[in-house]
Ligand binder design. Structure first.
Ligand code: ADP
Ligand code: TRP
Length: 321
């Protein structure tokens, strides 16, 4: 079974990305042949600073490797290192009905917000279809927001197969409904766009400040808190502390007598320790960037070997050979 997913290099990765996407993706490595890539072409639809793109691309590579992506088992690469994808995108776009793209939520949301949008944003699902189809992917683990794009991919593949004969494998989305949405410091979904993130890696002082800024109510420490399970710090503590420790803090908060400041200090310590081994690995990787670049180069070579075969099949079927 081939598993494929991509993540855009659009900023430092946070706890929402880690628990919602990275950890499940890393766990899936043992279930099949995983292909994970950094979607730098996709990032061009919203990010136009070359230096930032370079930095974020390297950050994503470092973060994934530090958190346990195994580059021997998994094919880890940069989207733009596989130019075959661009050629397939064109071929797919010629069988994609306009109406299919016009129905896509992500594009409609941007239009509704009155944002100026480019053709790339409109055609984004076709590029994503090429990403998926060019590796004969069976399973595509994504967040709920990307489900429609995988359905569009299936529709495009069906259309191509009908017109030109059996060519592409139909992928299945795997939606992680079971992964609760990780809340940010303000209680909304943790997201770069809301400025409420706690990053996986970064400076201790900055991150401590972010943890201490998690929004609480104005009840006194002594007051019992029957809604302790809804407390943001408790919800985050459950992700980074052993279950019995988190349960103990929740019970103390519920009973009254535990101050929010002390709770947040404990959260910070557990969060900081949780990522300590990964932080150590990340520092080692950052001091050895040649190795990181080599991983991406080798990943690209392995990805291109597959992409070349599937593209040749598509060319043959379409009379381009
Ligand atoms: P952001 O909202 O910060 O821009 P992205 O949309 O780039 O994050 O998400 C990248 C991946 O991380 C997706 O698979 C998404 O489902 C997951 N993810 C992002 N934020 C959260 C969150 N708060 N809880 C769970 N998963 C999340
Ligand atoms: N569009 C995805 C996102 O923003 C990233 C992505 C690009 C992707 N190509 C993909 C995900 C192919 C899965 C498969 O999160």
């Amino acid at each position: 079974m081939r598993i494929l997913s991509g993540i855009q290099p659009s900023g430092a990765l946070h706890l929402g990305n880690y628990f919602g996407m990275m950890r499940p993706a890393i766990e899936l490595q043992s279930q099949g042949e995983a292909f994970y890539f950094i979607a730098d072409w996709h990032s061009m639809t919203s990010l136009t600073d070359p230096a930032l793109r370079r930095r974020y691309t390297l950050d994503v590579a470092l973060d994934f490797l530090a958190c346990g992506l195994d580059p021997v088992r998994t094919v880890f690469f940069r989207q733009s290192d596989v130019p075959e994808v661009a050629e397939l995108t064109w071929m797919l776009s010629t069988v994609t009905p306009m109406g299919l793209l016009e129905r896509c939520h992500s594009y409609k949301d941007k239009v509704a917000k009155g944002l100026s949008f480019n053709h790339g944003l409109f055609a984004y699902p076709v590029l994503m279809a090429a990403d998926i189809l060019i590796y004969d992917s069976n399973l595509v683990p994504v967040g709920r927001d990307q489900k429609q794009h995988v359905e569009v991919t299936r529709d495009i593949a069906i259309k191509f197969n009908e017109l030109y004969g059996p060519t592409f494998v139909l992928p299945e989305p795997q939606i992680r409904e079971e992964v609760a949405v990780v809340p940010g410091t303000d209680g909304q979904k943790m997201s770069k766009s809301y400025g409420n993130t706690i990053e996986i890696f970064g400076e201790e002082k900055v991150l401590r400040k972010k943890v201490m800024s998690i929004v609480m109510d104005s009840r006194t420490p002594q007051e019992p808190k029957p809604d302790a399970d809804k407390n943001l710090a408790i919800q985050l503590l459950k992700l980074v502390a052993p279950a019995d420790v988190a349960a103990d803090f929740e019970a103390r908060l519920r009973a009254g007598g535990l101050g929010y400041g002390d709770l947040k200090k404990a959260l910070f310590e557990h969060y900081w320790n949780y990522f300590a081994p990964a932080r150590q690995r990340r520092a080692e990787l950052a001091a050895n960037l040649d190795y990181v670049h080599q991983v991406l180069r080798e990943g690209a070579a392995r990805a291109r070997a597959v992409a070349g075969q599937v593209l040749a099949r598509a060319r043959r079927q379409a009379g381009l050979d």
